[in-house]
Design a protein around this ligand. Structure first.
Ligand SMILES: Cc1cc2nc3c(=O)[nH]c(=O)nc-3n(C[C@H](O)[C@H](O)[C@H](O)COP(=O)(O)OP(=O)(O)OC[C@H]3O[C@@H](n4cnc5c(N)ncnc54)[C@H](O)[C@@H]3O)c2cc1C
Length: 558
């Protein structure tokens, strides 16, 4: 059941306490109570999502973050390579976490990503071949609002998992037909029938976490009506975890979770008899670890926080995909922007969605997506090597939608640090965005590649003007400095590394190194940023985590 107040809970001790009811947290909230002997508590800082229409309408995604009541409303420290701008850092503040506010794009990433994860961690269980069953447990492919069933390869999809995935239910032929024609006009831009097959290079149709015209967040799917009533599943909302506490002074076994529901006026505690699992995401999981005394002892001492376990990698290696808008005025009255200009039309399509769950509001903004590689003969590859996950992994992505956007993977490592010793204060988030020469090079390549694409005959008469005519390296870098931001995929602040490694925060089974009864399971544990929008990789990761946790406690019914 969902509880709004700590006092409503019938017990204050549970087998598992999960911090954060987002993507990863809700997968565990679903899978662990499959064992009827285990009691599970999820503690979520945000509120429930019932009856919040704007969270359910896919096309409203751009309006629900950043800087709304569904967002944590963080921003970065001034970014040197972005003319010292602080950029917004959107994070879901609601049950479902960021899956309640994200753009719903469903991309697993290339097989290379998972094979690299296996090789970095030394755990073959992470290879593409071995994670396929977890993809199947997560995905439930279904027909979109308009019955479209041809634009995907059924042989690489699952129809039996929990979270719904669908094709676009309201096509935009003006854009789609031109994109497809362009893929036939130049070998530089191959067509990709299904980018979730393990090989994603090329341009193809978007798949999205939508069901029957509505957002399918982890709160809708993994906490759906058939699951939330389980007697051993408890979800406490509007409750913020501040610290984790050890069993007793001097111990490194974490068994108690401290939380507040009134912004720190009072604090409560719950006990986990088996494990605490942090699923608060790349910014808040390290934040909670640091406030609990797990982190770099020098930094903690400076802030007056007592070190329980010295683990220097906590909060380091923060990596985000840089993103620049690259939009064009087009010669068409048939774009997703029309309703923004015409209030009567906006009302008409809202009425259609309300009545039938059809029409332009059934889709998230991206219409088609391209995954492409930069020209590897450039001398920069001699200096930096190729940091991509493999030859079948993209260096940059195009998103064709209401805007035409570009984002790239990043090799820059930033940091998440504490600002003060007060767990309710915001952390210091430093992406170091575009501070690497290689990242700037890739973004320039992406813009130039986009221009080559749009100069193909497919677009004749369609493009009227571009938002930027920046051409030289210097002009483009200045355009990025003024316009780049993150695409809300921060990862790697509690990175997974081989057992016994001198770096990293968790072992390949998510156990926090050097402490007991504590795991981190969320996007913070990817040691490298996935070549994908990060929700599907996080769902997959959490599905495997559930099995690993079950293995640890197999047969334990105490
Ligand atoms: C605006 C936006 C757009 C995005 N678009 C896409 C997209 O189109 N496709 C895609 O694949 N990915 C997208 N993403 C990224 C994707 O949603 C995330 O990768 C994914 O949600 C990460 O899952 P997670 O479990 O690590 O964290 P989350 O899903 O963010 O869950 C973390 C949860 O922990 C809670 N929490 C945090 N701290 C505490 C605390 N101290 N106490 C209690 N609860 C706490 C949070 O409120 C949140 O509910 C987007 C993200 C955003 C923000």
């Amino acid at each position: 059941a969902i509880y709004h107040s700590f006092d409503e809970l019938k017990q204050n001790s549970f087998d598992f306490v999960i911090v954060g009811g987002g993507v990863a947290g809700n997968v565990l909230a679903n899978r662990l109570p499959e064992n009827p002997f285990w009691s599970v508590l999820v503690i979520e800082a945000g509120g429930p999502i019932d009856n919040v229409t704007e969270l359910m309408i896919p096309a409203m995604a751009p309006r629900v973050a950043p800087n709304t009541r569904f967002d944590w409303n963080f921003s970065t420290t001034p970014q040197t390579a972005l003319n010292n701008r602080s950029i917004p850092v959107a994070r879901g503040f609601a049950l479902g976490g960021s899956s309640s506010i994200n753009f719903m794009v469903y991309t697993r990433g290339p097989a290379d990503d998972f094979n690299r994860l296996a090789s970095i961690t030394g755990d073959e269980g992470w290879s593409w071949k071995n994670i396929l069953p977890y993809i199947a447990k997560n995905e439930n492919f279904n027909s979109p609002a308009n019955g479209n069933t041809t634009q995907f390869d059924p042989s690489v999809h699952s129809f039996t998992g929990i979270n719904s995935v669908s094709l676009a239910g309201f096509p935009h032929p003006d854009i789609e037909n031109r994109v497809i024609q362009a893929t036939q006009e130049s070998a530089e831009f191959p067509f990709r029938h299904d980018m979730n097959s393990g090989n994603h290079l090329g341009i193809g149709w978007t798949q999205e976490t939508v069901k029957d015209g509505k957002r399918s967040s982890s709160a809708v799917s993994y906490l759906g009506p058939q699951f939330i009533g389980r007697p051993n599943l408890n979800v406490l909302v509007n409750a913020r975890v501040t610290r984790l506490l050890t069993r007793e002074e001097g111990s490194v076994a974490f068994t108690r979770v401290e939380l507040t529901q009134d912004a720190g006026n009072s604090f409560q505690q719950v006990t986990a008899t088996k494990e605490i699992i942090l699923s608060a995401r790349s910014l808040m999981s390290p934040h909670v670890l640091l406030h609990s005394g797990i982190g770099d002892s020098e930094d903690l001492t400076t802030l007056g926080i007592k070190t329980v376990h010295h683990l220097p990698s906590v909060g380091k290696n923060l990596t985000e995909h840089p993103f620049v808008p690259n939009s064009f005025q087009v010669n068409s009255n048939n774009t997703p922007d029309n309703a923004a200009r015409d209030p009567a039309l906006a009302q008409q399509i809202l009425d259609e969605w309300t009545a039938n769950k059809t029409g332009p509001l059934v889709d998230a903004p991206p219409v088609m997506i391209g995954w492409l590689r930069a020209n590897e003969s450039h001398e920069i590859f001699d200096r930096f090597g190729d940091p991509s996950a493999g030859n079948n992994s993209a260096h940059f992505e195009f998103v064709f939608g209401r805007l035409y956007r570009t984002h790239t993977f990043s090799i820059t490592g930033g940091t998440l640090r504490l600002n003060t010793s007060n767990p309710l204060d915001n952390p210091l988030i430093d992406y170091q965005m575009l501070s690497s020469e290689f990242d700037r090079f890739i973004l320039r390549e992406a813009i130039r590649s986009a221009r080559r694409l749009l100069s193909l005959p497919a677009w004749n008469g369609f493009i009227l003007s571009a938002t930027t005519n920046a051409t030289t390296d210097e002009e483009l870098d200045q355009y990025f400095a003024q316009n780049a931001r993150g695409i809300a995929h921060p990862v790697s602040t509690a990175a997974m590394s081989p057992r016994g490694a001198s770096w990293g925060v968790v072992d390949p089974d998510f156990k926090v190194k050097g402490v007991g009864r504590l795991r981190v399971v969320d996007a913070s544990t990817f040691p490298k940023i996935p070549t994908a929008h990060t929700q599907a990789p996080t769902y997959i990761l959490a599905e495997r985590a559930a099995d690993l946790i079950k293995e640890t406690w197999f047969g334990d019914t105490s």
